[in-house]
Every structure is written in C-alpha cells, then in structure tokens.
Design a protein around this ligand. Sequence first.
Ligand code: SF4
Length: 172
Amino acid sequence: MMFLNAIELTDTLPCLAEPGKIIVVGKPSRSLDDVLPYLAALPNVIGYNPEACTLTFRRPSGFLTLFADRVNITQVCDVEEGLGLLSSLVDAINATWTHRHELTPVNTARRAPQLLDVWSLLPRTNCKRCGVATCMAFAAALLQHKRTPADCLSLRDDTSLSAQRTSLEVML
Ligand code: SF4
C-alpha cells in the first residue's frame, strides 16, 4: 500500500547558499512522522532528530530536509527541477515504506559532524602536506566537500591511523 499520494509544491525561496538557485518547499499529502524512522536508516543522512521529527539528507549539491508536515530542498535550479525532485521523493518514500520490514528504524538523534569532530580525527600536526596551512583549515574544507580524507597525506601514509581515516570517511 502506498504511504503517500503526493508532495505539493507550496513555496519557493531564494537559496542563500547558492545565489540564483531556489529552495523548494513542499507539503506531503499526509504526515511523514511514521516513515521518518525508516528513512533515517537510509544512506546520506546528516542529521536526525526524532523528537522534533526532522531528518536531513545530503544531496549531490545542497540538502533535503523532511519534517512531519513539510519538505525543504535547497540549491534547486528552477521550479521544474523542484517538481521532479518532489515527485522522486514521493517514490522514494513509498518504496521505503513498502520495504520497511527490511529496515531497522532509527529512533535516536543524529547530528551533522561539527568542525571539531572532524579535526579530532586528523593527525593535527599542521604539516601542510595537504596544501592547507593547518589541520583545522583542512577540516573545514572536508566539511565543505572541497577536499576528501585521502588528501591528507599524513593520514593516508600512516597505517596506524587507518581507523581514524575510516571513521572520517564514514562521518563525511
Ligand atoms: S596533511 Fe593532514 S596532518 Fe598535514 S596539515 Fe594537512 S590535514 Fe593536517
């Protein structure tokens, strides 16, 4: 049985993260609160608060945030792309609901990694081998997806740090 019939586009806003692009706001045809714990088990979740019923996914560019009664998609080119994204989201939510028995629902909060979380997993020697002046600056570049953990040559070359590198890759 389908969970959701549609998500209606209700508003668009200028996207501050990328001038010229828009934020698409949608209203689901029913509350999403029952499906959010299953959606939170999917990849690319960067933040989840079950009490507040908010779930954020990373998109190739921008973010998708689901609330019980609202959906926001950032960095969308135009209304046409937004309508396509909302339609795909309905399909993804319905598929998740159909297969919910194969998923473990998530009921604990998860937050996006913070600068210090990322920095604490780097070697913190400020060796500059990555081409950046400090490990803190490199951590900021990782969070902005301008660099990848493999760009830290000290982390790459030191096998004793492989667990830290794996943690970073999972976190990001
Ligand atoms: S290569 Fe790694 S350890 Fe060296 S400065 Fe860059 S982030 Fe820090």
